[in-house]
Ligand binder design. Structure first.
Ligand code: IPD
Ligand code: CA
Ligand code: CA
Length: 254
């Protein structure tokens, strides 16, 4: 199992370096140029990750954001977001990552999130704890929403149909603030290492959450859906916290 995680870490580092190269070339581009570059970066990163995963784990299923499902009838499934934080990337806003989560028979067992600009590698495997660049990380000790910093996000499509702006307002006036970093996987990684105390969002996809959820749990945090039911990578909404503020946050959503 440790070997699987090490391999995923190597792949994430390689894909991250590729993304950083595109990012540096793109700074200063006009908007159209930037978006072409983004599409190219997205695809090149996914191609690299899929190729490496298939070489190391030829029997595993892979679900990538760009390429859909490669079904091998396996109990293992990788969820891959080759570039999480596309809008940031396109604007030269330095917050994005590459992320991979692994499920076995429906249970998350490993995940990596790599931020190539800060060279921060978040990683965890089931039962083994969570790590940032090899050092153990733990969720924060914040006990109350009023002393917490949280994050959320909004979908890039059909934003007008999204009710989240109401929750955003409610949590913002109850806490130290709500950040909208533009990269769901890094939001989750930041909850895991205590830079944030909580996160919630509607409409995320499995590849946005798979790695982050296991990393948060292994760091001592908690997740559920926003009504308190079991959280899932396939769920319509997710609430993720350090643990102590979880019930209070769910109370606000109710
Ligand atoms: C998006 C980011 C963003 C979140 C969106 C996601 P993408 O992923 O994670 O933070 O709010 O819901 O779709 O499109 O940049 O891979
Ligand atoms: Ca994403
Ligand atoms: Ca993406």
């Amino acid at each position: 199992m440790a070997q699987i995680l090490e391999t995923a870490i190597d792949i994430a580092r390689e894909a991250g370096a590729l993304l950083a190269g595109y990012f540096e070339r793109g700074i200063g581009f006009d908007l159209k140029g930037e978006f072409d570059l983004v599409t190219a970066a997205d695809r090149a990163s996914e191609e690299l990750v899929i190729e490496r995963l298939q070489t190391h784990f030829p029997s595993h299923n892979i679900l990538g954001e760009e390429g859909g499902l490669r079904e091998k009838n396996s109990e293992y499934c990788w969820y891959v977001d080759p570039l999480d934080g596309t809008t940031n990337f396109a604007h030269g806003f330095p917050m994005f990552n590459v992320t991979m989560g692994l499920e076995r028979s429906g249970e998350l067992i490993a995940g990596v999130i790599y931020d190539p600009l800060r060279q921060e590698m978040f990683a965890a495997e089931l039962g083994g704890g969570a790590f940032l660049n090899g050092r153990r990380i733990r969720t924060s000790k914040a006990a109350k929403l009023e002393s917490s910093l949280l994050a959320t996000g909004f979908p890039s499509r059909k934003r007008h149909e999204n009710v989240n702006v109401h929750f955003f307002h409610q949590v913002a006036v109850t806490s130290h603030g709500v950040r909208r970093g533009g990269s769901a996987a890094l939001d989750l990684a930041y909850v895991a290492c205590g830079r944030l105390d909580g996160f919630w969002e509607f409409g995320l996809n499995p590849w946005d959450m798979a790695a982050g959820l296991i990393i948060v749990r292994e760091a001592g945090g908690r997740y559920s859906d926003m009504k308190g039911g079991p959280g899932s990578v396939r769920g319509e909404h997710i609430a993720v916290t350090n643990g102590p503020i979880h019930d209070e946050l769910l109370g606000l959503f109710a």
